[in-house]
Ligand binder design. Structure first.
Ligand SMILES: Nc1nc2c(ncn2[C@@H]2O[C@H](COP(=O)(O)OP(=O)(O)OP(=O)(O)O)[C@@H](O)[C@H]2O)c(=O)[nH]1
Ligand SMILES: [Mg+2]
Ligand SMILES: [Mg+2]
Length: 269
C-alpha cells in the first residue's frame, strides 16, 4: 500500500511564517491562575516564590532557545522576545509559541518542588501562548512598557485591596472603597491608613522581572574534532557549539530610555 492517496492532507497545513524584519514575541499566560493560586495558597497580593518559579521556567526556555534576547514576566505571564532576524524553526509562529509554552510548562512543574518544598502540586497547570509580531523597535518597547504598566496598575490595586481586607474590611467593602479611585488615592490610602510607602515595596512586585543575556554575543567554541573530521578537515560553522551566556534577572524600569542605553545590544543583537 502506498501513502500517496493520503498525502494530500498535508496541504491543509497552512504556512504561518512570522513576517521578516519584525520582532516575534511569544507571550504565555497561566490558565485560570485565579483558581490555581487560590488552591495552592499563594500569598496575597504577591507570592515571591511563585514569581521566582515563573522566572526559573523562563530561564529554562531561554537556555533552550538562544534567539530569545529578552524575557519579561509578571503575575502568571511571561513574554519572550526573539531577535528580529531569527531563523529558528523557519520563523513558524506556531512552532515558536508551542515550543516556548511546552518548555515553560514542563519546567514550571519540574522546578515546583524547589520553590514550594512544603506544598504539593495539586494538579498540572496549563499555560496559553500566542505569537505577536512588532515591526519597529518603538513598537517592541511600547509592548514591554504596556506589560510593565499593567504590572504596576495591578500591583497597586491588589496591594491596596489586600491591605484593606487584612485590616478587617470584607472583600466587597474593600472593592467598594476602591471604586473610582485613582492611583494617587490608592497611594494615599496605603500611606495614611497603613504607613506603606508604595515606592518602597519590593521592585520585583512593582516592576516585574526582566531576563537578559549578560553579554553582547553568545560565546562560541569549537568542540574537539573527531578523528574522522580532523582527517577530512570538515570543520564547518555547523560544528561550532554555542555556549549560552549567563542570564541576568533584573527588576528594573524598561519604560524609560535608561535601560535601553545600558543594554543597547538588545535592540541590535
Ligand atoms: N495570590 C496570588 N495570586 C496570584 C499571583 N500571581 C498571579 N495570581 C493570580 O493569577 C491571576 C492571573 O490573572 P489572569 O491571567 O488575568 O487570570 P486567570 O485567572 O489566569 O485566567 P486566564 O488567564 O484567562 O485563564 C490573578 O488574577 C491572581 O488571581 C500571586 O503572586 N499571588
Ligand atoms: Mg492567566
Ligand atoms: Mg495573566
Amino acid at each position: 500500500m502506498t501513502n500517496s492517496q493520503f498525502e494530500y492532507v498535508r496541504k491543509f497545513e497552512l504556512p504561518d511564517m512570522c513576517l521578516p524584519n519584525c520582532w516575534p514575541i511569544v507571550r504565555i499566560d497561566g490558565k485560570n491562575f485565579h483558581k490555581f493560586s487560590h488552591k495552592h495558597e499563594f500569598e496575597k497580593p504577591n507570592d515571591a516564590r511563585a514569581l521566582k518559579l515563573m522566572s526559573r521556567a523562563a530561564q529554562e526556555v531561554m537556555n533552550g532557545m538562544v534567539d530569545v534576547v529578552l524575557a519579561y514576566g509578571q503575575s502568571d505571564e511571561y513574554s519572550f522576545v526573539f531577535k528580529k532576524s531569527t531563523t529558528s524553526f523557519n520563523r513558524r509562529a506556531s512552532k515558536l509559541s508551542s515550543l516556548v509554552v511546552s518548555q515553560f510548562a514542563s519546567a514550571y512543574v519540574f522546578h515546583w518542588k524547589s520553590f514550594f518544598p512544603d506544598k504539593e502540586l495539586l494538579y498540572p497547570p496549563a499555560f496559553d501562548a500566542r505569537t505577536v509580531l512588532y515591526p519597529s523597535d518603538k513598537n517592541l518597547r511600547d509592548y514591554l512598557s504596556w506589560r510593565q504598566v499593567d504590572c504596576h496598575i495591578n500591583n497597586l490595586q491588589n496591594t491596596t485591596f489586600w491591605a484593606l481586607v487584612h485590616s478587617g474590611l470584607t472583600p466587597t467593602d474593600a472593592q467598594e472603597r476602591l471604586k473610582g479611585t485613582l492611583a494617587s488615592d490608592k497611594n494615599e490610602i496605603l500611606f495614611a491608613q497603613f504607613g506603606i510607602n508604595y515606592n518602597n515595596l519590593e521592585q520585583i512586585f512593582r516592576k516585574g522581572t526582566v531576563v537578559i543575556r549578560d553579554k553582547k554575543k553568545p560565546q562560541t567554541f569549537q568542540p574537539a574534532a573527531t578523528a574522522g573530521e580532523a582527517k577530512e578537515n570538515k570543520r564547518t560553522e555547523r560544528g561550532k557549539k554555542q555556549i549560552p551566556t549567563p542570564l541576568l534577572e533584573l527588576h528594573v524600569d524598561v519604560i524609560k530610555d535608561e535601560f535601553w542605553k545600558i543594554y543597547p545590544h538588545l535592540l541590535d543583537p
